[in-house]
Design a protein around this ligand. Structure first.
Ligand SMILES: C[S@@+](CC[C@H](N)C(=O)[O-])C[C@H]1O[C@@H](n2cnc3c(N)ncnc32)[C@H](O)[C@@H]1O
Length: 357
């Protein structure tokens, strides 16, 4: 354990004991998610944001539902405190309306769609995935390839949904990346497995002098090219189609970024990727790792603990949300020095770990 980890462990407050209500929430966790998902897909939260204080009949009319399903939906969303009932009138929880007010509701609905249409069915293989110590849930996705990303190539509809939702997951957390990634003195960043360019675009906007290359599989790169052009950044962000394991990294970069990338692979694969980054950089070059991290105290946070089920069951054989210290050790093992962690301050457990060659 490092000094920082020891301090964190000592500072962990005592936990509230499990209550019956907690157990009910977990027992019916799948149902709770379906209530949120149906509320999003049917437009309940949008309706109540636009017209707060509707009666049950008015909600039914607004959603085009019959009375019985309306009552079932509202009972569930209200018991879950997603909606509130006062004098026979329904409104959204304050938190939900706050997402509408600051323009982030689309992010929440995309994350919910990701859970509903990519994760939900396949995550039922979690127990089997634990027994087999591999991503058994991938069997729910037709096509070739040993990981989800290669399989998506066979399903353009799902691939589009995946990258749209991935973009929202990243938009939610990448203000932390923009805030914590120190690009002082950096001229060109290689964004390894950069997806549709969401992080390169955000970083480019915040760092006007810096150029970027987004390296990803052909399907993702095609989407990235469009998004970069839409953002008017084609002069500063270029794309490269390739395999991050098999192909040489394009040269001429003084910073390599792994955003939401080292959660997909095994320890051995992550060391391979970090080793490739080290070889591609000149002395003084920088590596940045950005993703959600688990606590070294092994008891949370809840976000990381539950998101880890997706990683354990679906994307690749050994995907894991590792803890901070594990990433730091890998960076040191790959030859990087001045390894530093910069946790975000938001409600997701994202942060940046940096190192210098
Ligand atoms: C979890 S997503 C993260 C995307 C992006 N960095 C972000 O934070 O939004 C992982 C990305 O790695 C890419 N990827 C996975 N395996 C790859 C491979 N072998 N070669 C190139 N890209 C790969 C996927 O296509 C996907 O875009």
């Amino acid at each position: 354990m490092t000094i920082t980890e020891t301090a964190t462990a000592a500072a962990t407050p005592p936990r509230t004991p499990l209550s019956r209500q907690d157990l009910v929430g977990t027992l019916f966790g799948a149902a709770a998610f379906q209530a949120l998902s149906a509320g999003c897909e049917l437009g309940l939260f949008t309706l109540l944001n636009e017209r707060p204080g509707l009666s049950e009949d008015e909600v039914a009319a607004g959603l085009g539902l019959r009375p019985r399903p309306t009552r079932i939906l509202l009972l569930a969303t209200t018991a879950l405190r997603l909606t509130e009932l006062d004098g026979g009138r329904y409104r959204n929880a304050e938190l939900i309306d706050a997402h509408f007010a600051d323009g982030t509701w689309e992010i929440i609905t995309d994350m919910t769609a990701f859970e509903a249409h990519i994760v939900y069915a396949a995550q039922a293989d979690f127990t089997e995935a634990l027994r087999a110590d591999t991503n058994v849930g991938l069997r729910r996705f037709e096509g070739e390839g040993e990981d989800l990303y290669h399989r998506l190539a066979a399903r353009p509809d799902l691939e589009r949904l995946f990258y749209r939702c991935m973009r929202s997951w990243s938009r939610l957390s990448n203000p932390i990346l923009v805030d914590k990634a120190d690009l002082t003195g950096v001229r060109r960043v290689l964004d390894v497995g950069g997806g549709d360019g969401v992080n390169a675009i955000a970083l480019a906007r915040a760092n006007p002098g810096v150029e970027f290359t987004v390296l990803d599989l052909p399907g993702a790169v095609a989407i990235a090219e469009r998004k970069i052009a839409e953002a008017g950044l084609a002069d500063r962000i270029t794309v490269a189609a390739g395999d991050i394991f098999d192909d040489d990294y394009p040269r001429g970069h003084d910073c390599v970024l792994f955003a939401n990338q080292l959660v997909i692979w095994s320890a051995e694969q992550n060391l391979r990727l970090l080793g490739k980054a080290h070889r591609a950089l000149a002395d003084g070059g920088r590596v940045l790792v950005f993703n959600a991290m688990a606590d070294a105290t092994k008891d949370g946070p809840l976000y990381a603990a539950l998101d880890n089920l997706y990683f354990a069951t679906i994307p690749a054989a050994q995907s894991t949300l590792y803890d901070w210290g594990t990433y730091e050790r890998w960076l040191a093992e790959a030859g990087f020095s001045r390894v530093m962690r910069s946790p975000g301050e938001g409600w997701t457990p994202h942060g940046v770990i940096s190192g210098v060659k």
